[in-house]
Ligand binder design. Structure first.
Ligand code: NAD
Length: 488
């Protein structure tokens, strides 16, 4: 098959990984490897990119930007469609990589691999907009790509989050360099390798680095934008470093989202859905329900139903029938273990006891539910990002809202009620970027996604998300004759 840039399509080796710089694979004398969270064993070798590799990538991106930014929206869209079609042929292989590097149960890993192509979604082009026009002036506004984008990624949904940045950045005419988390480099590097055949060199590049790569990207004077997804603590560092060159930043950060259960719900109908919102991906979802607030009238019944659902899920190393896989890495295993220890040492009641091993043979954690800990508990105040979830009692809406909003973060929230007016009244008072009503927390690619407070700056997703990848230029065109024969 002949591809857009004239090369012949290859067959891919899904056990060998390289960085992609200026359209070609690039190795490195420095190698590291991810760890399979299911058994603690090393995965494949992966090259560690250097400062020189980053410089080369930035130069290649700058060169490519000159022509790529001049292509039409339709041309870029056609290329993204080709990439997603080609990529779509390898759902099984990519699913296997996502499963092994991330510790996701097989169906969810396959789901991420396949659904990630949604991030390459296509939107109608930005048209030049007429702000005002009269006999004297034509005032218009247009949007132009920003240049070289640096994308820094977390480990919890490595492929899906990468695609949510690659698609919009390329569609709007930018060039992008993606840096995966060192914990989960494989799926992104392979996607970038596959995509090269359809793109001019330098348009999409991927660099796996060590801990110095993220800061180097934020410092680099020739990267115009950093789009970052990760923790709030690192987000603050990104912003501070990017400030040195006054870079634009989009920060998608952590959260401590609340799920509110009203007294009019049928507990049996919603318990499994709420459980999914809290425990999906073993709690390692930025918008997961990390605090559950249940009205006192249904509290005992709900806690029992929730505990029953979670207790019956199979937890273990990734396989077809597992619902909760391991947490992704040793660091996260240690953090979650500390939450367990804190709850135990404070004598909070465990409605479901859970269990954390020592992590020696993988990072599986049996899920736990904490029965009505105080608002001051660490498990209520901080993002646990793991399968241990507190459930609290509420009585009045006023008190509920103040407790839900008593956090520095504001990523998401959900409200469950048969009374939609009530659900909206509560939901719209929650200080967070996305509110779900009568659904667990599932971001949709067509919906803008952003955080309030320390959950982020800017956002991505949907048509609105495209605006973060463009500068806005306003043209004041005066209707005067400035030709030689005019009397001006
Ligand atoms: P992290 O902040 O530890 O790391 C994210 C990325 O930043 C990694 O690629 C890492 O190598 C890089 N990095 C580390 N230090 C850096 C620095 N000083 N400068 C630049 N880059 C640096 O986050 P994580 O542990 O990978 O991910 C988990 C966190 O991400 C959770 O808090 C979760 O809520 C959040 N998250 C948010 C969203 C969202 O859309 N809001 C989505 C997924 C995850």
């Amino acid at each position: 098959m002949t591809t857009t840039n004239g090369t012949t399509a290859k067959t891919w080796d899904f056990t060998h990984f390289t960085n992609s710089v200026a359209g070609v694979p690039r190795g490195s004398p420095d190698i590291h490897h991810g760890i399979n969270p299911s058994d603690g064993k090393p995965l494949w070798d992966v090259p560690i990119a250097s400062a020189n590799d980053l410089d080369d990538a930035v130069k290649a991106a700058q060169k490519a930007f000159k022509t790529w930014s001049k292509t039409t929206w339709a041309e870029r869209q056609a290329i993204l469609i080709k990439i997603s079609e080609e990529y779509g042929k390898y759902g099984e292989e990519m699913g296997n990589i996502v499963r092994l590097e991330g510790g996701k149960p097989t169906p969810f890993a396959n789901g991420e691999a396949v659904n990630s192509a949604q991030g390459l979604k296509y939107y109608a082009p930005f048209e030049e907009e007429v702000i005002e026009e009269d006999a004297d002036i034509r005032l218009t506004m247009r949007h132009v790509p920003k240049g070289v984008i640096g994308a820094i990624l977390p480990w919890n949904f490595p492929l899906a989050i990468a695609m949510n940045k690659v698609g919009p950045a390329l569609l709007t005419g930018n060039c992008i360099i993606v840096k995966p988390s060192p914990f989960t480099p494989y799926s992104i590097l392979k996607f970038a390798e596959i995509a090269q055949q359809f793109l001019p060199p330098g348009v999409l590049q991927a660099l796996n680095g060590d801990n110095t790569m993220g800061p180097m990207m934020c410092e680099h004077p020739d990267i115009q934008v950093i789009t970052f997804t990760g923790s709030s603590a690192t987000g603050k560092k990104v912003m501070a470093t990017a400030a040195k060159t006054l870079k634009d930043v989009t920060l998608e950060l952590g959260g401590n989202s609340a799920s509110v259960i009203c007294p009019d719900v049928d507990v049996e109908k919603i318990a499994s859905q709420v459980a999914l919102g809290a425990f999906f991906n073993s709690g390692q979802l930025c918008v997961a329900a990390k605090r559950l607030y249940v009205h006192k009238d249904v509290y005992p019944e709900f806690l029992k139903a929730l505990t029953e659902v979670v207790k019956n899920w199979k937890t273990g190393p990734t396989s077809e029938d597992v619902m909760l896989g391991p947490v992704q890495n040793e660091m996260q295993h240690r953090i979650v273990k500390e939450f367990f220890e804190d709850c135990a040492s404070n004598n909070y009641d465990f409605a479901l006891p859970g269990k954390v091993g020592d992590g020696a043979d993988g990072f599986v954690i049996q899920p736990a539910i904490i029965d009505n800990p105080p608002d001051s508990a660490r498990i209520v105040r901080e993002e646990q990002f793991g399968p241990i979830v507190p459930v609290m009692i509420w009585e009045t809406e006023e008190d509920l809202i103040s407790r839900v909003n008593n956090t520095q973060t504001g990523l998401g929230g959900s409200v469950w009620s048969a009374d939609l007016e009530r659900a909206r009244r509560i939901g719209t008072q929650i200080e967070a970027g996305t509110i779900w009503i009568n659904s667990f927390e599932k971001p949709l690619p067509q919906a803008y996604f952003s955080g309030f407070k320390e959950s982020g700056i800017g956002g991505e997703g949907g048509r609105h998300g495209l605006y973060h990848y463009v500068n806005t230029q306003v043209i004041h065109q005066y209707k005067v004759d400035v030709g030689k024969s005019s009397k001006l």
